[in-house]
Design a protein around this ligand. Structure first.
Ligand code: TAP
Length: 481
């Protein structure tokens, strides 16, 4: 396990020598200590990224040359996949097979953006047809500059990859701050990039508190672009900080995503996708379908099957075989989710199952997967993101009512619909005010497809070619002929 900051191609301790603890959420044991970056350390990292961009070769390289580094990073991740996945489970709590999936996906993300970096070479200029024949014009794409990336703890290496891979592909240089509770695998990424020979300063990783290291990144005058995934309140701070010197921003914030199930659906299939949609990663997923709307004809039998299957989910340390639900990511998160459940029942909601610590677990941030019914509309449990294994289930009568309930949220990240009637499913998919819509499933995520939210769920899109656009400027070059 690494414990130092990665700045300008070197490992270093924090300028004041301070560290923070790494806690395994399955055991509550302190397993490691990592350097807590100060504003001074962040300044060094940003200046290194600035030099690498302004005077280094990175942005001037061909896309194909940058692609070679990205592919080497992908190969480096794959070569150590099981070891890194184990670290992710120890740090975040997620079951090992899920962590293993994430690490494979992270490697795939670097390969995908290597392909897009190569495509930048084949499409360097776009001619523009002008009505005025005295001029010719073309558009060229150029990297924005230094990107400051701040990520959460729910998908540590994967979120790092979603930002670092497109930024490097575009020719940007990066300062990345992982979440304090899950910094181990970001440091492994730095080690892999270093072994791949990435030029110094192109990728810098500063671990530490959001209020210190994160704040220093967003306030730094030499950062050109901020890319953030996390909570709405921090997203607002980032927008405000970016406004001061007009930094480019992309924000991926929370959600309260609906899953509408019509009564022509197969109940068993619906239950399977509902479970996946809310309990994968302990429900700590921005796009989790945490509000399930079931048409009244199948509400009672579906709820019965959902509760039965929820109660069968095996809870435990993510390193044990067969475990499907690990602990929540941190003590803070556990306490927040427990408080949200208590507030829900106080507001009149009924606990159909879960809501308590599982028996036999003395240590670890474990919580039984929870199904809530009778959740009052406009109560916090219905309106706010809980970010845990908690689903609110409610019935509806008509398609119009379902769409209205689904869209009645300040969030708009994702939404899902299930029906055997394709025309209806398509109609509802188009009516959802959300950036990601799933038909007859929930949560599948593809590196090639755009990811991001409507309304207060964010600004901009990650992944696919849209993810690359986040790190590119468009320049017009016009000539008088
Ligand atoms: P946030 O506080 O938003 O943390 C996300 C990242 O921002 C972390 O790296 C954090 O650092 C950093 N940060 C915090 N304050 C900052 C500041 N002033 N300037 C710059 N960076 C700052 O989320 P959280 O505390 O981990 O979780 C709180 C809630 O956010 C969750 O309950 C959930 O509802 C939501 N959440 C949403 C998502 C997604 S994917 N949409 C992901 C995580 C959380 P440190 O954590 O190291 O201090």
């Amino acid at each position: 396990m690494r414990s130092e900051l990665y700045i300008d191609g070197s490992w270093k301790t924090a300028s004041d020598g301070k560290t923070f603890e790494v806690v395994n959420p399955a055991t509550e044991e302190v397993v490691h200590h990592i350097a807590a970056a100060t504003a001074e350390d962040v300044d060094l990292a940003v200046k290194a990224a600035r030099r690498a961009f302004d005077t280094g070769g990175w942005p001037k390289m061909s896309g194909a040359e940058r692609a070679r580094y990205l592919r080497a990073i992908a190969a480096g991740i794959r070569a150590r996949q099981a070891e890194i996945a184990r670290l992710e489970t120890i740090d975040n709590g997620k079951p090992f097979p899920e962590a293993d999936w994430d690490i494979a996906d992270a490697a795939g993300c670097f390969d995908f953006y290597a392909g897009l970096a190569e495509q930048l070479d084949s499409n360097p200029e776009e001619p523009i047809a002008l009505a005025d024949g005295r001029f010719t014009s073309k558009a060229v794409r150029e990297p924005i500059g230094v990107a400051g990336a701040i990520i959460p703890w729910n998908y540590p290496l994967l979120m790092a990859s979603w930002k670092v891979a497109p930024a490097l592909a575009a020719g940007c240089t990066v300062v990345l701050k992982p979440a304090e509770v899950t910094s181990l695998t970001a440091l492994e990424l730095a080690a892999i990039a270093d072994e791949a020979g990435l030029p110094r300063g192109v990728l810098n990783i500063v671990t530490g508190a959001g209020s210190v290291a994160g704040q220093a990144i967003i306030d730094h005058g030499q950062v050109d672009k901020l890319a953030f995934t996390g909570s709405g309140p921090v997203g607002s701070k980032i927008m405000a900080a970016a406004a001061r010197d007009i930094k480019r921003i992309s924000l991926e914030l929370g959600g309260k995503s609906p899953f509408v199930v019509f009564d022509d659906s197969d109940i068993e299939k619906a239950v399977e996708w509902i479970l996946f949609g809310i309990f994968w990663n302990q429900g700590q997923v921005c796009s989790a379908t945490s509000r399930v709307l079931v048409q009244e004809g199948i509400y009672a039998p579906l709820l019965k099957r959902l509760v039965e299957e929820t109660n069968r989910i095996r809870i435990g340390n993510g390193l044990e075989e067969g475990v499907l639900l690990g602990p929540l990511g941190s003590k803070k998160q556990y306490e927040q989710v427990v408080a949200a459940i208590e507030a829900a029942t106080a507001a009149g909601a009924t606990l159909a199952c879960g809501g308590t610590r599982p028996e036999g677990f003395e240590k670890g941030y474990y919580l039984r997967p929870t199904v809530l019914t009778d959740v009052p509309l406009y109560s916090a449990a219905w309106v706010e993101e809980i970010f845990g294994p908690v689903v609110c289930v409610r019935s509806f009568k008509t398609e119009d009512e379902a769409v209205e309930l689904a869209n009645d949220s300040r969030f708009g990240l994702a939404a899902a619909v299930m029906s055997k009637d394709d025309a209806r499913a398509e109609r509802v998919a188009k009516a959802f005010r959300a950036g990601i819509v799933w038909i007859n499933c929930s949560q599948p995520t593809f590196t090639e497809a755009p990811w991001g939210g409507y309304k207060q769920s964010g600004i901009g899109r990650e992944l696919g070619r849209w993810g690359l656009d986040n790190y590119l400027e468009t320049k017009q070059i016009t000539k008088y002929v």
